[in-house]
Design a protein around this ligand. Structure first.
Ligand code: BDP
Length: 604
């Protein structure tokens, strides 16, 4: 699936704007054929999560219906017409007029429908989208079945307690302890399960005979790069031509199409390599030819660079690279998870201001615009699957198959971006069982089969007995000493972190990224000596972790949790937001941001 673009053979119409919206509180919208018209609807902004657009939708878990009317331009005749959603969910069901087009599960990857049979050029159509943001035991990510706090896992627990309470009396405390961990909405992760059409919806007009997909890989040998374009096509075109341009130089090559596929290789002597300090991009134009006549084209940018992993290091273009940056969320006041290019630019400019060179798309794939900008501005991205909060009961063939499909979709979408240097196949799943090693081992193998050029990691928390350390290329650990453990004791935290890093590396001989560490701070709360929740304590904790991380020659980076404060479910450990941000939710720097800027602007 190619990212939509307008060029001399293609057209795109944005359907962003104000749509109509109704909550389906009784769950009977389908029975009442709401695609024929929404009852008592109100306006809603698209893209955007529904949560913060109205007071009564803030914590709503259920189905919400969206509707809009649009015209298909009269000149779009004899074309293939597609309707593309960049991201909506958690699940979406789509109707065009009264025709059911289909559905999609997962809110963070694009999906599209061929509507050529239904849509008529020059006519007005009604588009209806039913969104359900409820999660269940088999969705990715998972969630409590009713998203309330009631009755989770009680029979299993009752049985375990009666079996063990004679030998371990403390086990009777377990229901109480588990109760205190609950939050509302009840999800096994720490960000709001937003609902809505989070990313743009686009109406696309493409040629019937067309370029279907373009995969770009490069092989760099000494002073020469071979760039290979794998192109799939639809229809009867015979040749495909690729022109690669940089500055005023260009190289061209072509190949014959066989069975809807062609491979074009272009040699580039002395390539300008892509690197965060010099993010050189090449421009490629792929042209589809029928009897020498151009009938479709696609433009894309790409970078030439290599990534390798040794026992101690990550190498970018053969040289050690150290990742400094923060994990993010797609989260902003009022927009929720909704894409705003202005917020994106603001965030990237703040990351440059900090001196960061990297971030992780915690805990799901972000809008592709993030990667496009990362390519241009020079950020190293760890691209993460939406596999967050998986528990050991989920390691079944059915869930594995689902995760493999998601990974395929992710690599299909993001594989051409030079900024993506590593795939993260999960965040903090249960990894204390051997079944975790098998499950994530198979997921890693799937990633390698689709993309041998990038290392694979997993952000783990079950240190030191973590079975997935055996199957990843780079070990990533999320650590919260000095916060959830040993609060207020930075010396203890530093000692534990240091011992743990040494022990993991001694056993596994793999490079380690500290993929999360941090402390909440309420902007404006100060204390001396530093106490938890103050700006001083957050800054001191980050600094002391970084001293430890940098003292090891096998660490490959420091990723702070989090870039900015973000919205979470309600629980007594959160004051409306998770406040581990270097910036407030509206992107004003806390003390820690200034401290990190000083550290990062002067390099490792
Ligand atoms: C980590 C999770 C992250 C949380 C963070 C926290 O990976 O999603 O937000 O803890 O508690 O374990 O702040």
């Amino acid at each position: 699936m190619l990212y939509p673009q307008a060029n001399s053979h293609r057209d795109v119409l944005s359907l962003s704007g104000i749509w109509q919206f109704s909550l389906d509180l009784e769950g009977d919208g389908e029975r009442h054929r709401w695609w024929q018209g929404l009852p008592s609807s109100r306006p809603i902004g698209v893209p955007g999560s529904w949560n913060e657009q109205y007071q009564d939708t803030m914590f709503f878990m259920g189905t919400g219906w969206y509707q809009t009317d649009f015209y298909v331009p009269a000149q779009w005749r004899a074309r293939t017409l597609t309707l593309r959603f960049e991201g909506a969910g958690h699940s979406a069901t789509v109707w065009l007029d009264s025709e059911l087009l289909g559905g999609h599960e997962g809110g963070s990857l694009p999906f599209e429908f061929d509507i050529s049979r239904h849509a008529k050029p020059g006519r007005k159509h009604r588009l209806t989208v039913k969104i359900d943001n409820r999660l269940g035991p088999k969705t990715i990510p998972p969630g409590g079945t009713d998203q309330s706090n009631e009755g989770a896992g009680s029979s299993f627990l009752a049985e375990a307690i009666s079996n063990f309470s004679s030998i371990l009396p403390e086990i009777q405390m377990l229901p109480f302890l588990l109760e205190t961990r609950k939050q509302y909405p009840q999800v096994p992760f720490d960000f709001l399960p937003y609902g809505g059409i989070h990313r743009p919806v686009k109406l696309c007009s493409i040629p019937k005979d067309r370029i279907q997909n373009v995969r770009i890989r490069n092989d760099v040998k000494r002073t020469r790069a071979a760039v290979v374009f794998d192109i799939s096509t639809v229809g009867s075109a015979t040749f495909v031509e690729v022109t690669v341009t940089r500055g005023n130089k260009s190289v061209k090559a072509e190949a014959r199409i066989g069975d809807g596929h062609a491979q074009v290789e272009i040699g580039i002597p002395k390539p300008a390599l892509w690197h965060p300090d010099s993010p050189h991009l090449y421009h490629a134009t792929v042209t589809l030819l029928k009897n020498t006549k151009p009938i479709d084209e696609y433009h894309t940018e790409f970078g030439i660079r290599t990534v390798e992993v040794t026992e101690n290091q990550m190498l970018l273009n053969g040289k050690p690279i150290y990742l400094q940056g923060a994990c993010k969320h797609e989260d902003f006041p009022i927009l929720g998870r909704g894409l705003s290019e202005a917020v994106l630019v603001k965030d990237f400019s703040l990351m440059k201001w900090l001196g960061a060179n990297s971030f992780r798309t915690s805990h799901y794939p972000y809008a592709e615009e993030y990667l496009m900008l990362a390519d241009r501005m020079g950020f190293l991205v760890i691209d993460e699957m939406p596999t967050v909060g998986l528990d050991y009961k989920m390691y079944t063939d059915e869930i594995l198959h689902k995760c493999q499909n998601l990974l395929t979709e992710l690599i299909e979408r993001d594989g051409n971006h030079p900024s993506v240097i590593m795939w993260s196949i999960a965040n903090e799943p249960d990894t204390f069982t051997e079944s975790a090693r098998d499950f994530f081992g198979k997921l890693r193998a799937h990633a390698k089969a689709l993309d041998p050029s990038r290392p694979v990691t997993l952000a783990a928390m079950h240190v030191p007995t973590d079975y997935t350390f055996e199957v990843v290329d780079v070990i990533s650990i999320n650590r919260y000493y000095g916060w959830y453990f040993d609060p207020g004791q930075l010396d203890v935290a530093a000692r534990k972190l240091s011992e743990e890093l040494d022990a993991i590396h001694a056993q596994h001989k793999k490079p380690i990224l500290v993929s999360e560490f941090g402390a909440d701070s309420m902007a404006g709360l100060h204390s001396d000596p530093p106490e938890i929740f103050t700006e001083e304590y957050q800054a001191a904790l980050l600094k002391s972790y970084i001293d430890v991380i940098r003292s090891k020659d096998f660490t490959v980076g420091e990723h702070i949790w989090n870039f900015a404060d973000f919205k979470t479910p309600q629980t007594y450990t959160r004051t409306v937001l998770n406040r581990k941000g270097l910036f407030t939710r509206d992107r004003q720097p806390k003390l820690a941001a200034h401290v990190m800027r000083q550290l990062w602007q002067s390099g490792r």
